[in-house]
Design a protein around this ligand. Structure first.
Ligand SMILES: NC(=O)C1=CN([C@@H]2O[C@H](COP(=O)(O)OP(=O)(O)OC[C@H]3O[C@@H](n4cnc5c(N)ncnc54)[C@H](O)[C@@H]3O)[C@@H](O)[C@H]2O)C=CC1
Ligand SMILES: O=C(O)[C@@H]1CCC=N1
Length: 269
């Protein structure tokens, strides 16, 4: 069983840790979670994870090192761990937005294998859409990492230059769809439902819509055509949303997020 160190155990690091254990990919005792203030990790320590504020020790005891700090925190971490990374032993996985494999290698050493992975927070429940890219990892390591992330959702291997686009569409995308669900539930309250029932109805309706596409393998418009009765209320509502920029605002938001994702990191600390 390989030992995993998650360096920077915040929102995505902890979601990943939870997902890997829930999926039986790893035991909690084989995952070390680091964070500057480990008081925030008490519930994870109670659940059997190793928790630490010592990145070097976590790296030394691991086979797989997962970098999960913010882009602006990365240089400090890489400076701290670089002399403890052994290219013959360690595989480095980075979930950090906007940082290339080459930039990580510049600090950790040219012979270190680095795989960039872009999951989303649904990884905690095995439902992530995860994109994977690398410019130097072996086919064997890429296959192993693909298998690892397939235990916690779907995986697509992409070219590294599309990684910031994947960040916007899939990682930020969780927030975009959640906001759409919240807006739908607010509409539901305006037309007569209590907030809790409106939210429940909006959530299940969103899940049903996503599952129609997944299970039928159809295009959204083909499923929409089945809902929009001629002269009916769906097309009236849908067109009103489009007149107010529904599709356009999603597209513009995704484009801006992708642009921003590419500009989150600078090599100099
Ligand atoms: N939140 C998300 O949905 C996703 C985030 N990402 C990427 O993952 C990274 C982390 O994002 P979040 O989890 O949202 O941020 P976060 O702020 O929740 O987590 C970062 C963690 O790193 C810790 N940290 C900072 N400096 C440290 C150090 N020197 N040693 C050890 N730990 C340290 C912080 O205490 C914090 O717990 C970012 O680079 C982000 O781009 C990628 C995919 C999805
Ligand atoms: O908002 C962010 O910058 C990070 C990257 C993707 C999701 N959260």
């Amino acid at each position: 069983m390989k030992k995993i160190a998650i360096i920077g155990s915040g929102n995505i690091g902890l979601s990943l840790a939870k997902g890997l254990v829930k999926a039986d990919f790893a035991q909690a005792a084989n995952i070390t979670l680091t964070r500057r203030n480990i008081d925030h990790l008490k519930s994870f320590a109670d659940a059997g994870f190793v928790v630490s504020n010592q990145n070097k020790e976590a790296v030394v005891s691991a086979d797989v090192v997962i970098l999960a700090v913010l882009p602006q925190q990365l240089n400090t971490v890489l400076d701290e761990i670089h002399s403890f990374i052994d290219p013959a032993k360690h595989l480095v996985i980075s979930v950090i937005s906007g940082v290339s494999c080459a930039a990580v290698r510049e600090k950790l050493g040219e012979s270190v294998e680095v795989i960039r992975v872009m999951p989303n927070t649904a990884i905690a429940i095995g439902q992530s859409m995860t994109c994977i890219a690398s410019d130097n990892a072996s086919a064997e390591n890429i296959a192993d990492v693909t298998k690892m992330f397939e235990t916690v959702g779907s995986v697509v291997k992409i070219n590294e230059d599309l990684m910031t686009s994947a960040t916007a569409l899939c990682a930020c995308g969780i927030a975009f769809f959640l906001r759409a669900i919240r807006a739908a539930s607010q509409g539901g309250v305006e037309i007569g439902f209590h907030a809790d029932e409106a939210l429940k109805m909006a959530v299940q309706t969103a899940k049903g819509a996503a599952d129609l596409l997944l299970l039928h393998g159809t295009h959204p418009e083909s499923e929409i055509d089945k809902v929009t009765s001629p002269k009916g209320c769906t097309i009236a509502g849908l067109n009103e949303m489009e007149h107010n920029g529904f599709s356009s605002s999603l597209i513009k938001g995704i484009k801006l997020s992708a642009l921003k994702a590419g500009n989150l990191y600078t090599k100099e600390s």
